[in-house]
Each structure stands twice: as C-alpha cells, then as structure tokens.
Write a protein that binds this ligand. Structure first.
Ligand code: Q9C
Ligand code: ZN
Length: 343
C-alpha cells in the first residue's frame, strides 16, 4: 500500500485552545502525524512517500474563493496589525447573521470565516493545510491509478472545514478535495465514509446538494458531542442531493457490536449507489482511551474496521482525521490498515 506524508504539517503548531472554559495545549499537534508515520513504517504496511504536487484545483472546487483568499493571506494581515501571536477568533458569524458581506477589518473577517474558537491560525497554517491537501491528492492519485487502497497522513485534519469556514481543528477539507479529485479523474460517483468520532459537518455541507458524492458518517450523537449543530439522522441531503447524505449517530459509550451494525448499514448504502471510489475520513478518536471522546472501541476493533472497509471492494483513499490518544494512535492507525490488508 502507498503511504503519503508531508513534513510541512509541522507548521500547524498552535499553542492553546479553549477546552471546558480554559486554555489548554492544543490536542491537535504535530506529534500526531509523526506517531502515525513511525507506526505504519514499523508495521511494514508499505513505503512512505512524500506527497507530490498535483495542483490544488480540486480544492478550489470545494471551497469558496473568498475563503481561500482569506486563509492564504490572513497571517500577513494579522502581522501588519502588529500581532505575532496565534489568532483565535473572539466571535463567530451566527447562521442568522448577514452572510455575503465580508467585514473589512481583520477581527471581523476572522469571525466571519470561523465556526468555533478551537482552531488557532498560526503563521504556517496555510502552508500546513495545503500540504495536507497535497497528501490527500497524492493518496487519490495512487488509489485511482492502481485501483487499490492508499493512506494519507493528512494533518491538520479537514472534515469540519466547510465551503467557507474553519473550526474543529480543520481549515481545508482534505476528504472533500479527495472525493472531488476522484470525480475529476472520471469516476461517476464517489462515496465518503467518515468514521471520526465527530460528525463531518464540513464535508456534509460541501456536498449536501450534490448527488455525485454520497456522504456517510458514523459519529457520536450531536446532542452530546461536537459539532453539536449538525449530524442528526434526518439530515438526508437537499435538492439534487436528497438521499445522498446518511448520518448514523450513536450514543456515548458505544462499543464494537453496536458500531459494527452501523458500519454494516453504511456498507449497504455505499454498495447501493454503485460508488466507484471511496474516501475514508479516518478519525481514530472512537478509541476508548481518547481524551476528547466517548466511544469505547478497543485497539483490536480497528482491525475489524479495516476488514469491513476492505469488504466494500473499492479503490480507497484513507485520510487521517482526528485521534488524540497519542500513546495508541499509531497502533490504531496501523491496525485499520492491517485489517484492510488481511494481515
Ligand atoms: N476543546 C477532529 O477530531 N474541539 N476535530 C472543541 C475541545 C472539538 C475535533 C472542544 C473537537 C474537534 C478532527
Ligand atoms: Zn474527531
């Protein structure tokens, strides 16, 4: 299996995030990708390659150009305002607020494009986030060319980033760019299966009105878990995308037997739409030891997850999303891939 990595992920290195009302060190930090890299290397799953340059065209097809313009140039503007510290928004534009009129001051812009205050923008955010997209597109290129699976150690993660917003540690939606790239390479329909503990609200939003991308997500019930305001079972898509969105929320404390039923429902739906390629938003924060989450999957369950995904029998791009139990993160990632490969 081809594995892709970019050393540029280290440039997303925020200091602190708001958690339970106080500032704590960022859960989403550079250690994560390096732990996963060394675990998959020592598990002998495949050779790790540096992400290549495939252009960023698919990224422009899933995000609003004004948002990309903002994110690319934000740090210059922030610096010109005399600020050399991490940028955390103090406000977020509410859904009922006026949309389409972007404020002209830096603080107004920052809040306009934010949906949470948990994701510091730093000097290297654009560099790291675009590197994660390169990882995603390299992963798709391998999966599409070889007709098998590939794994991208994408960091920062992407599934909470929407058409024009960041939050939940996500800035650019790696999985959405990957799905778009499969389509641009000739697939007629692509499925995204999001197994992160948290609902992939950004990916859902990006494809909500489209029928060419099926979005399926297994996640914690949003009544009890971030991102709170998306992810219910009655969000089924809209307009031409009606029926192409499947949310499978599960209660806190969920263990493998219940999780596995949801995985079966996901597999049925993916088979029924005749998807020609699969993107896996591979969050590993469903692990019982995860410090942010409330499911109780064991390390061996990730082998079973990999086996279940292999049974879908599609060219597959695995992309890392969340997962914050640093001590087990590498083993859990390797277990998914071992299960997939039948080892
Ligand atoms: N300080 C992913 O797993 N963060 N994102 C805010 C904790 C919520 C998780 C509350 C967790 C975001 C990619
Ligand atoms: Zn998550």
């Amino acid at each position: 299996m081809d594995l892709f990595y970019s050393a540029d992920h280290v440039f997303q290195n925020g200091g602190a995030e708001l958690n339970k009302g106080s500032l704590v060190p960022c859960f989403e930090n550079p250690t994560r990708a390096d732990i996963v890299l060394s675990a998959v290397q020592s598990a002998g799953i495949g050779t790790v390659q540096s992400a290549g340059d495939h252009g960023l065209e698919p990224l422009h097809r899933v995000h609003d150009p004004r948002y990309l313009e903002f994110l690319e140039h934000f740090w210059d503007e922030w610096s010109r305002a005399g600020r050399d510290w991490d940028a955390l928004p103090a406000v977020c534009r509410p859904a009922a607020g006026r949309s389409g009129l972007i404020p002209t001051t830096i603080d107004g812009k920052l809040g306009y494009f934010a949906f949470g205050v948990d994701s510091p923008i730093v000097a290297g955010t654009w560099r790291a986030a675009t590197a994660a997209v390169k990882v995603a597109l390299s992963t798709v290129a391998s999966a599409a060319d070889r007709g098998e699976a590939a794994f991208g150690i994408a960091r920062p993660p992407g599934h909470h980033a929407g058409p024009d917003y960041f939050g939940g540690y996500c800035f650019l939606n790696n999985a959405a760019a990957a799905a778009q790239d499969f389509l641009d390479r000739g697939c007629r329909r692509v499925a995204i299966l999001d197994v992160d503990y948290h609902h992939g609200n950004g990916t859902q939003d990006i494809f909500y009105r489209r029928s060419d991308v099926l979005f399926v997500s297994i996640h914690a019930d949003p009544r009890t878990a971030f991102p709170y305001y998306w992810g219910h079972g009655d969000e089924t898509g809209a307009g031409p995308g009606e029926g192409a969105n499947l949310n499978l929320p599960l209660p806190r404390g969920t263990q493998w037997p219940v999780y596995s039923e949801a995985l079966g429902r996901a597999a049925d739906r993916i088979a029924r739409v005749h998807a020609e390629a699969l993107v896996i938003s591979l969050g590993l924060d469903t692990y019982e030891g995860d410090p942010l989450s409330g499911f109780r999957l064991q390390s061996e369950d990730f082998v079973r997850l990999g086996q279940g995904i292999a049974a879908m029998a599609l060219p597959t791009a695995f992309l890392l999303e969340g997962g914050y139990a640093i001590d087990a993160l590498g083993a859990n990632a390797a277990n998914v891939l071992r299960g997939y490969l039948g080892r």
